[in-house]
Design a protein around this ligand. Structure first.
Ligand code: ZN
Length: 275
């Protein structure tokens, strides 16, 4: 192959999804008040009811743009946004990809957790584009994580009665920082099956995967309801984490978008495997 020849193009799969970086910048920008989320509306945080309603409208519109049918799951104090995407084969397992969209007061909450939302929304767009999907998928955006996992707990309890066969819940929280540049991905309290899935794909792709025990995020709600689950994050427990989280400086400018896209591509390959 002559090096001077033009690029023959991507071979398929995640490398062809060249839109991921730009799209995730757009999502985090709108969610963190860097740019308007709707006409004449820029939000300072995702704390008040009005702000969270603006986010719900935005997420619903994006999902509808990809042909998905977003559903509002209200549970009393809050409302989650849920969308399903069927497998392209019979006998598939059901998996969930989720992230919380709420934030604390007085913070743009770009890292925590506009980044997780950007991962799951990009996943919905990515998998909807695929000709072949081996799993039935739920994309879930949870309200009120910061108030004690309220949205995910309500939804996990609903699934326990309605979809007890859910094979796995993959939860993304804080995917924004890798200042030591080691490309490590931390996985929180994974079930044995999920730990081996992430480790196996990590070994293939050269992504360091570091399991730790940690239960202060939405994956704990699924584990508590008897499901196989995992939280996926930057090295929050290991110490290489965004120091701005839960502060007014958790802004768009302080996000490592290359790391977010890199983790997203890894996760797409993990969750594309039949489970
Ligand atoms: Zn969070």
């Amino acid at each position: 192959m002559d090096a001077a020849q033009p690029d023959a193009g991507c071979a398929g799969g995640v490398e062809c999804a060249t839109w991921i970086e730009d799209y995730q910048r757009e999502i985090v920008s709108k969610l963190s008040g860097e740019s308007a989320i709707a006409e004449q509306l820029t939000i300072d945080s995702r704390f008040t009811l009005a702000e969270r309603n603006a986010v719900r409208d935005y997420l619903s519109a994006e999902l509808a743009r990809y042909g998905l049918e977003p559903v509002r799951h209200s549970y009393g104090t809050g409302t989650n946004i849920i969308a399903r995407l069927p497998a392209t084969r019979d006998g598939a397992s059901l998996i969930l990809l989720g992230s919380h969209f709420d934030g604390i007061d007085n913070s743009p909450a770009a890292g925590d957790n506009a980044t997780g939302v950007a991962l799951v929304l990009a996943a919905a767009r990515y998998f909807q584009e695929q000709e072949q999907r081996d799993n039935d998928m739920i994309f879930a955006f949870f309200d009120e994580e910061e108030r004690g996992l309220l949205g995910s707990s309500a939804y996990a309890a609903k699934l326990r009665s309605e979809e007890p066969d859910l094979a796995a819940a993959h939860i993304f929280d804080l995917v924004s920082w890798d200042v030591d540049g080691d490309g490590a991905v931390e996985i929180w309290s994974p079930s044995p099956e999920l730990e081996s899935l992430y480790r196996g794909v990590g070994d293939e792709l050269g992504v360091p995967v570091q399991p730790v025990d940690f239960d202060s995020s939405d994956h704990a709600a699924f584990i508590g309801n008897g499901f196989s689950s995992v939280g996926v994050s930057e090295e929050f427990v290991a110490g290489d984490f965004n120091p701005n989280y839960h502060t007014p400086q958790d802004s768009y400018a302080n996000i490592d978008f290359d790391y977010l896209a890199y983790v997203s591509r890894f996760v797409f390959q993990v969750t594309a495997r039949a489970q």
